[in-house]
Design a protein around this ligand. Structure first.
Ligand code: EPZ
Length: 417
């Protein structure tokens, strides 16, 4: 099993280019199922989750080519099976995003229930409820969702809670439905907006993406299109936190500050000097970080995907911080590992109270989920001594060459078997 070996104490400096967004690329790959014409996606990040999604689409019969410049061209003209098997879906929950497009274009789909994961139950009832309201007959049995429908019909949907992939699945399904679909209480995440941009380029009629009400006018068919995936705001946030924790100075290229406002506000509260100029986000930190209270919520508020990273920051901050996780019921898996590094964290339900310590002490730790792994890397950058992070396949799901990028900024970090 691969692991990362870090020696703490070096401040990060220099510049790093942010890769394309995992959570924007994954639904876009599935959107290629909506047309028989080629869809070209640029700036697709080279990640395990993207490879898993391409494997799944390949099994369904989507043909695709990859180029060195992170360009993926997909063609769903010869789709042969409308089946997403458990052995793939269980490794990546976002596989559920093939359901809406397959049902909408082909009228049939059999997709494994994703099942839970380290951070929570992760049900998909909102996806199913919305598709049923659009006329799909859906049976659930033996761990699979079996859906069919002659032709989806537009409907007025109101989601019971904000769901990012729920919004994306229903928005994609509605593009080829008969008539108008209104979806209320939709997710406003930038990744939803980026997907809508691609769908509109493909000929879809969508209004309101980025607000809590999206209106889609169904069309007869969609065309091929080309689109460049937005930058990954969580990768950008992670590197900014790494710079603040190590009291360094780093410029982020190809990052979009508009998608990171709550995170930049948090970093400024931690004492960072953050500047945005000509598409470059520059962060300088010349003092020990200050404790920052965090409460996660749907966009535009503080992203749950940055919660673990801010817990690492607060572990070595001056003062006490309260971190509230309101989205997932079990997203504190990093706490016990951070404690192994000397962090002082108490958990009361979905609230973590972090008393900053002057310095963490290196240890061997275990990655449990994607963003928890990121928080361990951040802690290893500042801990005294050599930190070893095991099970880093979690990390590779969502970060492209993280050790190379961090090493280029001066970190002592390497991958080893
Ligand atoms: C997306 O997951 C992201 N994944 C997650 O990023 C992110 O943490 C999450 O949105 C919240 O921002 C992708 O975009 C691929 P939700 P998603 O549906 O869509 C409940 C990462 O680290 N819910 O917005 O699965 C659910 O249990 C990953 O990159 C239902 O109850 O999350 C959760 O409590 C982790 N029923 C809340 O809603 C449903 O049908 C929000 O979940 C759907 C969701």
């Amino acid at each position: 099993m691969e692991k990362l070996v870090l020696n703490g104490g070096r401040e990060l400096s220099g510049g790093v280019t942010i890769s394309g967004s995992k959570n924007a690329a994954l639904p876009m790959l599935c959107a290629s199922l909506l047309t028989k014409e080629p869809v070209g996606l640029k700036n697709v990040p080279h990640l395990r989750d993207v490879t898993t999604m391409l494997t799944l689409l390949g099994q369904i019969g989507v043909e695709f080519s990859l180029s060195e410049q992170a360009l993926v061209v997909l063609n769903s003209a010869n789709v042969k099976s409308l089946f997403a098997p458990y052995d793939l879906v269980r490794t990546m929950r976002a596989s559920i995003l093939v359901l809406g497009p397959m049902l909408s274009r082909f009228g049939k789909a059999r997709v494994s229930l994703p099942g839970g994961c380290a951070i929570g139950q992760r049900p998909v009832d909102q996806h199913i409820k919305g598709l049923q309201a659009m006329g799909a007959e859906i049976e659930i049995g033996n761990g699979y969702i079996s859906a069919q429908c002659k032709k989806l019909k537009g409907a007025h949907l109101k989601m019971d809670m904000v769901s990012v992939t729920g919004t994306e699945n229903l928005m994609m399904a509605a593009t080829l439905a008969e008539g108008e679909t209104i979806i209320e209480n939709t997710a406003k995440e930038p990744e939803v907006v980026d997907l809508a941009h691609l769908l509109v380029k493909m000929g879809a009629k969508i209004n309101g993406a980025g607000t809590d009400k999206i209106v889609i006018e169904g069309v007869k068919g969609l065309y091929g299109a080309e689109h460049s995936v937005m930058p990954d705001r969580i990768e950008a946030g992670t590197f900014l936190v790494a710079t603040a924790m190590t009291q360094g100075a780093v410029d982020l290229y190809n990052a979009d500050p508009r998608s990171l406002k709550a995170v930049l506000d948090g970093l400024r509260k931690a004492g960072a000097d953050v500047e945005v100029r000509d598409g470059v986000i520059s962060l300088r930190q010349n003092q020990q970080v200050k404790a920052v209270n965090v409460s996660t919520a749907p966009f535009p508020d503080f992203p749950t995907d940055m919660q673990a990273q801010f817990m690492a920051l607060n572990s070595i901050a001056v003062g006490q911080a309260k971190i509230e996780e309101t989205i997932f019921e079990n997203r504190f898996m990093h706490v016990q590992e951070l404690r192994r590094l000397g962090a002082k964290i108490r958990v009361r339900g979905n609230l973590a109270i972090v008393d900053g310590v002057k310095c963490l002490e290196a240890a061997s730790v275990m990655a449990t989920d994607l963003r928890a792994s990121a928080s361990l890397v951040l802690a290893g950058l500042v801990a005294n001594g050599e930190t070893i992070i095991n099970r880093i396949y979690h990390l590779d799901r969502g970060y492209e060459r993280i050790e190379e990028k961090l090493a280029s900024l001066g970190a002592s970090i390497k991958r080893s078997n």
